[in-house]
Design a protein. Structure first.
Length: 301
């Protein structure tokens, strides 16, 4: 009886509680069986990652799809200037490049706003690098981007940074995140005066050398990928798609790479209880798989 209670308590701890009053979702037996099968597939295929119950494993499938709501429409824009970095380092991690220029992963909750979190995270890193203040307490408002930018909603959005040039984003306190569409009128009056902007932006050609060069020169990059069911259960390691159906497009923040082990380092928006404290690593090969990692990548400058 005591063992049974302990197991139940552990499952409740693993359950997720979304923002805006979302209820906890316990991992059921059917999902647990799928994770067991996934673990077997990973071992038999010699993949380099670990599957386990995560903070999003127990969500209903429709909420999984909400977590991956990047609009599939390809955006057009200027290409970035050629990077002056000619000899690339073998590895980069903007969490440890003379300091930490990557803010803590957040939780998008029951809103398809991954696009806002990727772009806001990139702006935060841009500001920390520009001001040379690694590790500074900077938290900008994803809600202003959702409610005021006209490039998306809780049903999805695109990686188009024109709003960050013209208006920018204020601190989180000007409009705390609500995991809803909200209204721009609800933001603090005069928030524009305290907004951080970018000077310009450009598209990065979706090739490994170009993305690495842009990451080295411009810092963390918002980018896109296709999400499949197996990623819901990612715990650690270097991800490659193993199985499950496609859930949708997703926006994330690329923060590093490692040539020796051939992976990117990525900041997600599913909270710090998912993955490697909210981050994940993904194999270079996933640029050319069904995941099409990096197809749409943007640099701020």
């Amino acid at each position: 009886m005591k063992t049974s209670l302990l197991r139940h308590a552990a499952r409740v701890v693993i359950a997720v509680c979304f923002l805006a009053g979302g209820a906890a979702a316990e991992v059921n037996d059917a999902t647990r069986a799928k994770i067991d099968e996934l673990q077997k597939s990973i071992r038999s295929g010699k993949a380099r990652w670990v599957a386990a119950e995560t903070s999003v494993s127990g969500l209903p499938e429709d909420q999984w799809a909400t977590l991956a709501s990047l609009d599939s429409t390809l955006i057009s824009g200027p290409m970035i200037p050629d990077s002056p970095v000619k000899l690339l380092p073998r590895a980069i991690d903007w969490r440890n490049e003379g300091g930490n220029f990557v803010t803590t992963p957040k939780q998008q909750g029951k809103c398809g706003s991954c696009w806002s979190f990727a772009m806001t995270g990139a702006l935060e890193s841009y500001v920390l690098r520009k001001q040379q203040k690694p590790g500074a307490d900077l938290d900008l408002s994803e809600q202003v981007y959702v409610s005021c930018s006209n490039v998306g909603s809780c049903k999805g959005g695109v990686l188009l940074p024109v709003f960050l040039v013209s208006e920018g984003l204020p601190p989180e306190s000007a409009y705390p995140y609500t995991a809803s569409n909200g209204s721009c009128a609800a933001a603090a009056p005069g928030w524009e005066k305290n907004a951080y902007k970018i000077s310009g932006w450009g598209m990065v050609w979706p090739s490994l050398p170009q993305i690495k060069a842009a990451l080295a020169h411009y810092g963390p990059l918002p980018t896109s990928m296709q999400v499949y069911e197996d990623l819901m259960h990612y715990k650690s390691g270097v991800y490659t798609r193993v199985g499950g159906k496609r859930l949708g497009g997703h926006a994330v923040l690329l923060v590093g790479y490692n040539d020796e082990e051939e992976y990117f380092i990525v900041k997600n928006s599913w909270g710090t209880d998912w993955g490697e404290n909210g981050f994940f690593r993904i194999d270079y090969s996933q640029m050319h798989s069904a995941v099409i990692f990096g197809l749409t990548t943007v640099a701020f400058y």
